[in-house]
Design a protein around this ligand. Structure first.
Ligand code: FE
Length: 205
């Protein structure tokens, strides 16, 4: 992987546009091909791949352990790898630990598992506030009220690794199939700005 953080404060959109025109100018890619890739990530992938991996981890302890120990390989096994998601790390939410992912420098996001990043994820207020005041940001911006005894771990993307949160399995889901469980997993819960712990399946459907 040669991709890295920009060292200048160029907006990601501008960088993308510059890169796109360069690729097109050099005959390396057509705008149609680029549009197709973007639409693939926007419409086909979305956060469903991540949700399926989470549901699998909830129902298969061995897979869960693999996902936490070697996320890149465990996600690759499901075919959820590729651009912006080759090197992955997954952090498990627990009753006393809550994880959040952010990229303070730009907008690094695990595309193959969560799709394209939401607009607010790329916006400076989220990037600046979440690292400095996670508890307050979760409460004020996302309505997530965490007890003081829950430790918040903010994972700032700082290398070529992309992060994802493994949320806790909601209540009332014992009888559910893996596929039904996957439908309960939200994108926001895998970013860490929503907490599924303590929620009932009914609230999520
Ligand atoms: Fe980034």
């Amino acid at each position: 992987m040669s991709e890295s953080h920009p060292t200048e404060t160029v907006e990601p959109e501008d960088r993308a546009r510059a890169l796109q025109s360069l690729l097109v100018d050099e005959g390396l890619a057509s705008t149609d091909a680029i549009d197709e890739i973007v639409s693939k990530f926007e419409e086909d992938i979305g956060p469903m791949n991540g949700a399926r991996a989470v549901a699998k981890a909830w129902t298969d302890p061995e897979y869960k352990q693999w996902l936490l120990e070697d996320a890149s390989a465990a996600l690759d096994e499901l075919g959820y790898t590729g651009i912006e998601g080759v090197d992955m790390e997954v952090f498990e939410n627990m009753s006393d630990v809550h994880n959040v992912i952010v990229c303070t420098l730009c907008s690094c996001f695990p595309w193959p598992t969560l799709g394209l990043p939401p607009t607010w994820y790329k916006a400076p207020p989220y990037r600046a506030k979440m690292v400095k005041h996670p508890r307050r940001t979760l409460q004020e911006e996302f309505g997530v009220d965490l007890d003081d005894d829950i430790e918040i771990r903010v994972w700032d993307t700082s290398a070529e690794v992309r992060y994802m949160v493994l949320p806790q399995r909601p209540e009332g889901t014992d009888e559910m199939s893996e596929q039904e469980l996957a439908e309960l997993v939200t994108r926001d819960s895998m970013i860490g700005v929503e907490r599924l712990a303590g929620k009932h399946a009914n609230e999520l459907q």
